[in-house]
Design a protein around this ligand. Structure first.
Ligand code: ACO
Length: 321
């Protein structure tokens, strides 16, 4: 017994910022040509008024409506985020309150891999009979962590939330989450600046710091190794996989994976052109868009792979029900 996905939903900010807007509105010394040619990004949604909770609740309600469930039917809420609007209560509790749920509700921080971590926990909760219906919400407001004067990082990210409702089923053929500790490659310092008079100086809230080239090498190795082990363990070949849903960090990383795996490009759907890198939201957001476009069908085998700060990574092979 594992899980199956019943429904999906999204919550996106209203404001869409193109690469040209970054130059013209945000005053950044960059260009559409530089950003698009190195990342595949044309634009991204950025919060102006919206809170992360609002985006999450919109996504959660949409997924619940499609599943024809209410908050009372949900046995667990798992949110994936690196920074909720409030340190406490959790984003998951805020969602629970909005949908009138009274089940377990907790946030997990697996960085960009967070959605696969949530899937892994949901799978275990369902397999052990602890829960029947689980709401997973991945939500990130990367614009709040970007240094908008640093063209090396701020152009890469976008905001949003995506939800899935899962229930008992048999979709998951393989799931693996892991970390390869290297905590310096991507780092966002937490806000530690309190006013404890005897504490030594603590750093204030920080921006995203990232060694882009290290991330690139890490990502392509992880994808290649994880495809190999997932396929070995499931007895599948690369040809058996219908869709490769990869973390939308950078189109060049995805292109690299395509060339290594020697699979047709249309097996690697992308949405990074209009979302940017939305961290843990990227895979469920992509999944939602593919479902909306009628591209997800029963029986399709999919390979999901995400990687992020920590460094974390996670992989899932599922067959759509
Ligand atoms: N516009 C114009 N010029 C820029 C920009 C920009 N937005 N950003 C950097 N540059 C310039 C730099 O100033 C530098 O110029 P200089 O040589 O005169 O100093 C030059 O371009 C090269 O800068 P690098 O930082 O070395 O750029 P690089 O070629 O490594 O490309 C990138 C950066 C696109 C981030 C690349 O490293 C990459 O693809 N890395 C993968 C990491 C990634 O995608 N991370 C996503 C977030 S993390 C995650 O999701 C797990």
């Amino acid at each position: 017994m594992s899980l199956k996905v019943l429904s999906t939903g999204v919550g996106l900010p209203q404001r869409f910022i193109t690469n040209d807007d970054l130059v013209e509105v945000m005053g950044l010394d960059t260009s559409d040509e530089w950003i698009y040619s190195r990342t595949g990004i044309k634009g991204r949604y950025v919060c102006q008024e919206e809170t992360l909770a609002e985006l999450s609740i919109t996504a959660a309600r949409q997924a619940l409506d499609e599943a024809e469930l209410t908050g009372a039917d949900i046995d667990y809420i798992l949110c994936s985020t690196i920074a909720a609007d409030t340190k406490s209560p959790s984003l998951a509790c805020t969602v629970a309150e909005a949908i009138d749920a009274s089940c377990g509700a907790v946030d997990l921080n697996g960085a960009c891999t967070g959605f696969i971590y949530d899937l892994d926990v949901a799978n275990a909760l369902i397999a052990t009979g602890r829960a029947k219906n689980i709401l997973i919400v991945a939500a990130e407001k990367m614009s709040a962590h970007a240094d908008w004067t640093d063209r090396r990082t701020c152009v890469l990210f976008g905001d949003g939330a995506a939800a899935v409702v899962v229930t008992a089923g048999n979709m998951i053929k393989y799931i693996n989450v892991a970390s390869k500790p290297d905590t310096e490659v991507i780092r966002i310092q937490a806000d530690m600046a309190g006013n404890n008079p005897i504490a030594r100086d603590m750093p204030a809230a920080g921006f995203v710091h990232m060694d882009g080239q290290k991330v690139f090498k890490y990502a392509v190795n992880i994808i290649e190794n994880e495809v190999k082990s997932a396929l070995e363990k499931t007895g599948l070949t690369p040809d058996d996989i219908d869709l490769y849903l990869l973390h939308q960090a950078n189109l060049r990383i995805i292109d690299f994976a395509i060339s290594r795996l020697k699979q047709p490009k249309d097996k690697f759907p992308t949405n990074i052109d209009h979302t940017g890198n939305t961290s843990s939201v990227s895979i469920p957001l992509l999944l939602h868009e593919l479902r909306q476009a009628g591209q997800i069908k029963a029986g399709q085998k999919m390979f999901l792979c995400a990687f992020g700060a920590g460094m974390t990574y996670g992989t899932c092979v599922w067959e759509w029900e």
